[in-house]
Design a protein around this ligand. Structure first.
Ligand code: FAD
Length: 347
C-alpha cells in the first residue's frame, strides 16, 4: 500500500506513526522547512521558544501514553507554574484551578513530530507544497506548483488547515459528487487568526505565574506566557515573553504591516504588566497565524464519504478541537482506519 500524507504537523506525524507496522510505503509532503506545523519552535540568540502551540496537555490518555511511555522521554519537560487570569480591564488574578499537565521538550515542541517520524520508515519531503491532487485510473496523483509529479498513491490524506484543504479540493481533478460535498463541508470551517509577539529582556521577571489568560476575550492580549519557565529554553537571568494576541485584535490586523502590529503588541504587554521596562525588549520576533485555530470543526460526514476512494482528512479541524492532542488523536484514528480498509480489501 502506498500512502501520501500532505502536511507534517501533529496529525500527519500521528498518521505516519499509526502506519509504522502496516507494511505501507508512506511519503509525507510538507511545504515548510520544518515539521510539526503550528506546534512550532524557533531558535534565536541562545533561546528556544514555542511560538505556536505553547504545550501539549494531558487531556487524552492515548497521547499521554505516547509522550510519557512510547516515545523517547529524554528532554520531555513539564511547565509546573500556574496559569493566572486577567480581564478586559487588565486586572490580573491568581488562577484558574487546574491540575492539567503541560508538556514540551527542552529542544522545543517540534520534537514531538520529529520523534514520531523517527519511529517510522516514512519519507518526509520538506519544502514541497502539494498544489494539485488528481484521480487517475483508481490512484491519486500529486503534483507541486511547477506541475512536477510527486508520485502516485493508493491512499492520500490531507491535513492542512481546512481553508487550505478546501483549496486543494476545489482544484482537485476528480469528477465525483463526493468531492463537491467534502469541499463544501471543509470550506465551511471558520478560523480565528492569532498574531504572536515574542519579546526578549536581559533581566528576570519576578512573578509567580507561568502564563496569563484573558478570561473575557476582549483584551488586545489573549495569552501571555513566560518561555523561561520551560527548562532549556532561555538562558539564566533572561526573560522571554510569548504574547498570543486576542482573536479580534489579531484578525483586524492580520494583513497589516507586521512590524507596526508588533510595536502595538509590545505596548499592550507593557501596560498589562504595569511596568515600562517591558516596553523596550532588546530583541523581538513575530508571526501572524492567519489560520490559527479552527472554530469548532467540520460538521456532518461528507468528509468521510471519500474514504472508500482512498481520500482521507485529518487534523485539529477534523477532531473539532484546536489542540495538539486532538490533532494527534485524530491522526491515530485516521491511520487505523487506513489499515482497516487495506485489510478489508486483502482478505
Ligand atoms: C498561536 C497558537 C497557539 C496555540 N496554542 C496551543 C496550545 O497551547 N496547546 C495546544 O494543544 N494547541 C495549541 N494550538 C493549536 C495547535 O497548534 C494545533 O491544534 C495543532 O498543531 C494542529 O495540528 P495539525 O496537524 O492538525 O495542523 P498543522 O499543525 O497546521 O499541520 C498542517 C501542516 O500542513 C502543511 N501544509 C499546508 N498546506 C500544505 C500543502 N499544500 N502541501 C504540503 N504541506 C502543506 C503545513 O505547513 C503544516 O505543517 C495553538 C495554535 C496556534 C496557532
Amino acid at each position: 500500500m502506498t500512502v501520501a500524507i500532505v502536511g507534517a504537523g501533529a496529525a500527519g506525524a500521528a498518521i505516519a506513526y499509526a502506519l509504522r507496522d502496516a507494511d505501507a510505503d508512506v511519503t509525507v509532503f510538507e511545504k515548510s522547512r520544518g515539521v510539526c506545523g503550528r506546534a512550532a519552535t524557533r531558535r534565536k540568540e541562545g533561546c528556544r521558544y514555542d511560538y505556536g502551540a505553547n504545550y501539549v496537555k494531558d487531556d487524552d490518555e492515548r497521547v499521554t501514553r505516547l509522550l510519557t511511555e512510547e516515545l523517547d522521554t529524554n528532554g520531555l519537560v513539564e511547565v509546573e507554574e500556574p496559569v493566572w487570569t486577567f480581564d478586559s480591564a487588565g486586572e490580573i488574578s491568581p488562577g484558574r484551578d487546574s491540575d492539567e499537565r503541560k508538556w514540551t521538550y527542552e529542544d522545543g515542541i517540534t520534537q514531538l513530530a520529529k520523534r514520531l517520524f523517527a519511529a517510522t520508515d516514512a519519507t518526509v519531503q520538506r519544502e514541497t507544497r502539494v498544489e494539485t491532487v488528481a484521480r487517475e485510473e483508481g490512484r491519486w496523483s500529486l503534483a507541486d506548483a511547477a506541475d512536477t509529479v510527486l508520485g502516485s498513491f493508493d491512499t492520500v490524506v490531507l491535513t492542512p488547515p481546512a481553508p487550505q484543504t478546501a483549496e486543494l479540493l476545489a482544484a482537485m481533478a476528480w469528477d465525483d459528487d463526493r468531492r463537491v460535498a467534502a469541499h463544501d463541508a471543509v470550506a465551511a470551517v471558520d478560523y480565528a487568526s492569532v498574531f504572536t509577539a515574542v519579546l526578549h529582556y536581559p533581566f528576570t521577571l519576578d512573578r509567580s505565574w507561568y502564563a496569563l489568560i484573558d478570561t473575557d476575550g476582549e483584551h488586545p492580549v489573549g495569552w501571555l506566557a513566560r518561555e523561561e519557565l520551560k527548562p532549556g529554553h532561555v538562558p539564566e537571568g533572561e526573560s522571554l515573553l510569548v504574547a498570543q494576541m486576542g482573536h479580534d485584535w489579531s484578525g483586524d490586523r492580520i494583513d497589516d504591516d507586521r512590524d507596526q502590529v508588533l510595536r502595538e503588541a509590545v505596548g499592550h504587554v507593557a501596560e498589562l504588566l504595569d511596568d515600562d521596562r517591558f516596553a523596550a525588549p532588546d530583541w523581538t520576533d513575530r508571526q501572524g497565524w492567519r489560520y490559527a485555530l479552527p472554530d469548532g470543526g467540520v460538521t456532518g460526514d461528507a468528509h468521510r464519504s471519500t474514504e472508500d476512494a482512498g481520500l482521507y482528512f485529518a487534523g485539529d479541524w477534523v477532531a473539532g478541537e484546536a489542540r495538539v492532542h486532538a490533532a494527534l488523536r485524530n491522526g491515530f484514528a485516521v491511520g487505523e482506519r487506513i489499515v482497516e480498509a487495506r485489510n478489508a480489501k486483502t482478505y
